[in-house]
Design a protein around this ligand. Structure first.
Ligand code: ADP
Ligand code: ASP
Ligand code: MG
Length: 404
């Protein structure tokens, strides 16, 4: 007998028929004698719809009330799934995040899981219940419900698997695994049998939404192997784990992130301390900076460009507009018509020329690169948003067509 954690995303639980399908997957494991904990997301587009509804009423609703609202989405799907399972003749109980023992930081809308105390889950399992837990939520120290940020149910599932030392953690979604690029958008994308935590973490962080990046971070930390698979087929999925002893793939995948904006500060005096002052100001306000580019100083000044998440663009501008004048810079300009396209692969460390191949693919498609950043296992370029889809396809063709 094993303890199995299964997470189902919004499209897997979107209506009664899909709920029945999920209930079949869950009960087939239960019937084998396993303990089963199920984590669910809100049905279909419920979370988006709730956000829209709130915006119609108050575009600046407080984050606390947004979380009160958004946690309802998962509550509905958890209760409905438990009822579906009951209807099939099996015992089930649904639990909200706080009932399942999730304690989080206080940051509404982007809370971090601090602990999971799974006593209640254990008690329900010992009564032979199938336990259905709401993903994406927990309780903070003010006894308020919080949400974990978009896509956070994946992290809820991994957190339960870690806290309970589960034998298996399966993330069911609407594609049958992790691919070399988004299979819905890129022709020729290939399914991977395995992917390492580090590569998956990069891909998730760089825009491959198939797994939430925090869930991968947590899986790596607690050595939880994940299987990403489809709730609609009965195919084997992709295993995310510490991959060793296999030949490293040069490139594992291509990802795109449109949720990005570029800011440039022009005419920054070319002397020590200015970059420190600008970026510490942003850090104080929790504005994460990604790619940074500084021009060569000319006539005593230089330009500094950097990227931020799109929804942080306005706060960054508001924060810096007056400040940069006191520093002696001349202007700040912003552009959110950009996309970041990245390649990820642990093999690139030992293969020079990967960057050149990527840039060649972009050149052949006549796509202009505006910024570049690299690390040991990834290369990212910032390009015009309108070129984004074409860039991903052409880069993917370059690296993966050659393999076939
Ligand atoms: P869920 O609602 O189940 O959490 P998501 O929509 O969050 O599902 O994630 C699944 C989607 O991720 C897929 O439908 C697919 O379009 C997208 N995706 C992006 N990049 C990849 C990739 N490299 N491999 C697989 N799917 C990807
Ligand atoms: N329902 C939440 C969202 O849409 C959480 C999740 O799906 O993982 O972001
Ligand atoms: Mg998701």
């Amino acid at each position: 007998m094993a303890l199995i954690v299964q997470k189902f995303g919004g499209s897997s639980v979107k209506d009664a028929e899909h709920l029945r399908n999920v209930a079949e997957i869950v009960t087939s494991r239960y019937r084998e004698g396993n303990d089963v904990v199920v984590v669910v997301s809100a049905q279909g587009d419920t979370t988006d719809d709730l956000i829209e509804k709130a915006k119609e009423i108050n575009p600046n609703g407080s984050k606390r009330e947004m979380d009160q609202l958004m946690t309802a989405g998962e509550q509905i799907s958890a209760a409905l799934l438990a009822m579906t399972i009951e209807n099939m003749g099996f015992p089930a109980v649904s639990l909200l995040g706080w009932q399942a023992g999730f304690t989080t930081s206080s940051a509404y809308g982007s809370a971090r899981i601090k602990r999971v105390d799974p006593e209640r889950i254990r008690a329900e399992l010992s009564r032979r219940n199938i336990v259905v837990v709401t993903g994406f939520q927990g309780l903070n120290r003010y006894d308020d419900m919080t949400t974990l940020g978009r896509g956070g149910s994946d992290t809820s599932a991994v957190a339960i698997a870690a806290a309970m030392h589960a034998d298996l953690c399966q993330i069911y979604t609407d594609v049958d695994g992790v691919y070399t690029a988004d299979p819905r958008k890129v022709n020729g994308a290939r399914k991977l049998d395995f992917i390492s935590y580090d590569e998956m973490l990069e891909l998730a962080t760089l825009g491959a939404q198939v797994l939430n990046n925090r869930s991968v971070e947590m899986a790596k930390k607690y050595h939880i192997e994940l299987e990403v698979l489809s709730s609609l087929t009965r195919e084997k999925g992709t295993i995310v784990k510490e991959v060793t002893n296999v030949e490293k793939m040069l490139i594992t995948g291509v990802a795109k992130d449109d949720n990005i904006a570029r800011l440039s500060i022009l005419g920054v005096p070319d002397r020590p301390g200015l970059a420190f002052k600008i970026f510490s100001k942003l850090a104080q306000k929790n504005i994460n900076v990604d790619i940074i580019l500084q021009s060569i100083g000319r006539n005593g000044t230089k330009d500094i460009s950097f990227t931020v998440e799109k929804d942080k663009m306005q706060s960054a501008i508001d924060l810096l507009r007056d400040y940069i004048e006191t520093l002696g810079a001349t202007a700040i300009v912003a552009d959110d018509n950009v996309a970041k396209v990245s390649i990820v692969g642990s093999g690139m460390e030992s293969h020079p020329g990967v960057a050149a191949d990527m840039f060649e693919a972009l050149f052949e498609a006549n796509i202009n690169i505006r910024m570049i950043s690299t690390s040991e296992i990834k290369i990212s370029v910032l390009i015009d948003k309108a070129d984004g889809a074409r860039a991903v396809q052409t880069i993917h063709d370059k690296f993966f067509d050659a393999l076939s």
